[in-house]
Ligand binder design. Structure first.
Ligand code: CO
Length: 170
């Protein structure tokens, strides 16, 4: 499937996504199309709303940008437990040029379905935990800038408006 990257301002990024109920042939082609966008844009994680698809699907590049075949498809995820807190710089393919420090739990335990519909659990910390939480937020229509203080978000207003209008902050 051929997808375009959706940027801040597109209403699909604010929609709450639908659960995947059918694990049929369309799923691998969706994952493949998302992986293509992810690699083209040099990202490490991508959520389905970012390609205009309002479904609970996330892909994570477990090689973190090495571009080897390490895509983890994550379907219908939920966070079971979190622990600690840490601040890390985040960016998002839907917000080109914006990078901000965001506080989130340090460790997460998650449950999700794989591409065959099998239930899996995963514990993660560090960068992987960060990517997981960022991408899972997308499935609830939550964007990383929502996790900034009002003051910090206000400082970004011009950049955000620019992305919404022309897709870039330049
Ligand atoms: Co994002």
């Amino acid at each position: 499937m051929n997808f375009d990257l959706k940027k801040y301002g597109d209403p699909v990024l604010r929609a709450v996504t639908e659960k995947v109920t059918e694990f049929d042939d369309s799923l691998p082609s969706i994952i493949e199309g998302m992986a293509e966008v992810l690699y083209n844009e040099n990202g490490v994680g991508l959520a389905a709303p970012q390609v205009g698809l309002s479904k609970k699907i996330v892909i994570i590049d477990l090689s973190f940008g090495e571009k080897v075949d390490c895509i983890l498809p994550v379907i219908n995820p939920e966070i079971l437990e979190t622990e600690g807190e840490c601040v890390m710089e985040e960016g998002c393919l839907s917000f080109p040029g914006i990078y901000e420090d965001i506080a989130r739990p340090e460790k997460v335990k998650v449950r999700f379905q794989d591409i065959n519909g099998e239930t899996r659990e995963l514990e993660a910390d560090g960068f992987l935990a960060r990517v997981i939480q960022h991408e899972f937020d997308h499935l609830d229509g939550i964007l990383f800038v929502d996790r900034l203080s009002i003051v910090k978000k206000n400082l970004l207003i011009k950049s955000l408006r620019s992305i919404a209008e022309k897709g870039t902050i330049d």
